[in-house]
Design a protein around this ligand. Structure first.
Ligand code: FAD
Ligand code: DHB
Length: 390
């Protein structure tokens, strides 16, 4: 088989790029290791930057998001028994975020690909990238006993943190930066009315908690847990009890509980791989960088990579201009590192660190005090949360 751009990974990054390029007449094939049902069963992100929402519309996939997604103009930080509101709209010059689940967004992208007869091949095994430094690289994969080959101009590594693409770059070319946090987030999805109209990030001595939502009948909650905990250690009742303890009394009092329909633990990690280009391979999304979830930057950082790649590919194929491709890694990484900084800052301010000394705790407290006493500090939070410009 032949195509112009072979995309490894059928998550949001890969599907979005495939859809955007197809609309410009550029051919792609997407290779996905899992079945579609499996990909759509993963519960992940819920908060989209306004720039991401714009890209979904440009990909002609924004209709359901605009109908069913919620526009949020602020969120709360609960601390010391009180709730302080961050006015995103006021402090970001009129911007907001869209609360719309990654699962729904991925479903919309798959449907759009189907409608345009886009090629997405599922259940591929042993994906291997070849001749990445040559003019014409190729990709091989196995389906059952058959090994197949795709010849292309470019390979996009959008296969997430555990994918094969990043690992195909020689170790002496790649510099990896990593920070592992000593805790994870235990997340629960439940068919209950959200406790609040807007998200609540809660700082508490017992650990961080987050009240989020997917719709007015579907809630998503998280609590900070030690890395040693397993999902099986947490009954639904134990989860709700612990969540309540970490929320202001008034909020805990109106929390509607119910059976969990999904429960999982995600470790918190920061990771960046540089550069994001090797020959004709371009990395995008979680394949190149991971942030701790605090501040909802992960999926949004993937979207900015896709924005840069989409424009670079258009310039190459439609205008014969390779500047965008040449500058991709540098441009993408500049924004990625800003998302790293912001996620690190939010994580550090809101979590309980097991090895913190009293001095660190005082700094955490003063960070919060400063935030809500300074309009400049709230503007900084707001401009990062709604998304820095691409
Ligand atoms: P992925 O979604 O990981 O997709 C990669 C795809 O590649 C997968 O489908 C995988 O099966 C496939 N693949 C892997 N290896 C291969 C292979 N060898 N061959 C072929 N295919 C392969 N981000 C936010 O912006 N906001 C949030 O609110 C937010 N909340 C989160 C909450 C949780 C609990 C978690 C875990 C993450 C959250 N994130 C959030 C992060 C966000 O989910 C990710 O950044 C996003 O999924 C990245 O998309 P991606 O397409 O780059 O990678
Ligand atoms: C969600 C996840 C986040 O990491 C975040 O900062 C906000 C919301 C969520 O899954 O809804």
């Amino acid at each position: 088989m032949k195509t112009q751009v072979c995309i490894i990974g059928g998550g949001p990054s890969g599907l979005m790029l495939s859809q955007l390029l197809h609309l410009k007449g550029i051919e792609t094939i997407v290779l996905e290791r899992q079945s579609r049902e499996y990909v759509l069963g993963r519960i992940r992100a819920g908060v989209l930057e306004h720039g991401f929402a714009k890209l979904m519309r440009e990909a002609e996939c924004g209709e359901r998001m605009d109908r069913e997604g919620e526009i949020h103009e602020g969120f709360y930080i609960a601390h010391d028994g009180i709730m302080d509101r961050v006015d995103l709209h006021k402090y970001s010059g009129g911007n907001s975020v869209v609360v719309y689940g990654q699962t729904e967004l991925t479903r919309d992208l798959y449907e759009a690909r189907d409608k345009m007869n886009g090629i997405v091949i599922h259940n591929v095994e042993d994906v291997k990238l070849h001749d990445l430094k040559a003019d014409k690289p190729h990709v091989t994969y196995r389906q059952g006993d058959e090994v197949k080959r795709i010849d292309c101009d470019y390979v996009i590594g959008a296969d997430g943190f555990h994918g094969v693409s990043r690992k195909s770059i020689p170790a002496d070319v790649l510099k990896e930066y990593e920070k592992v946090y000593p805790f994870g987030w235990l997340g629960v999805l439940s068919r209950t009315k959200p406790v609040n109209d807007e998200l609540i990030y809660a700082k508490h001595d017992r650990g961080f908690a987050l009240c989020s939502l997917r719709s007015q009948v579907l809630s998503r909650y998280y609590i900070q847990v030690p890395l040693t905990d397993n999902v099986e250690d947490w009954s639904d009742d134990a989860f709700w009890d612990e969540l309540k303890r970490r929320l202001p009394t008034e909020v805990a009092g109106r929390l509607e509980t119910g059976p969990s329909i999904e429960k999982s633990i995600a470790p918190l990690r920061s990771f960046v791989a540089e550069p994001m280009r090797y020959g004709n391979l371009f990395l995008a999304g979680d394949a190149a960088h991971i942030v701790p979830p605090t501040g909802a930057r992960g999926l949004n950082s993937a979207a900015s990579d896709i924005y840069y790649l989409y424009h670079a590919m258009m310039d190459h194929y439609l205008n014969g201009d390779d500047t965008g491709l040449e500058q991709y890694s540098q441009k993408a990484l500049a924004r990625v590192w800003k998302a790293q900084r912001f996620s690190w800052w939010m994580t550090t301010m809101l979590h309980t660190f097991p090895d913190n000394i009293e001095y660190d705790q005082r700094l955490q407290e003063i960070e919060m005090e400063y935030l809500f006493s300074s309009e400049a500090a709230q503007s900084s939070l707001a401009e990062n949360y709604v998304g820095l410009p691409f």
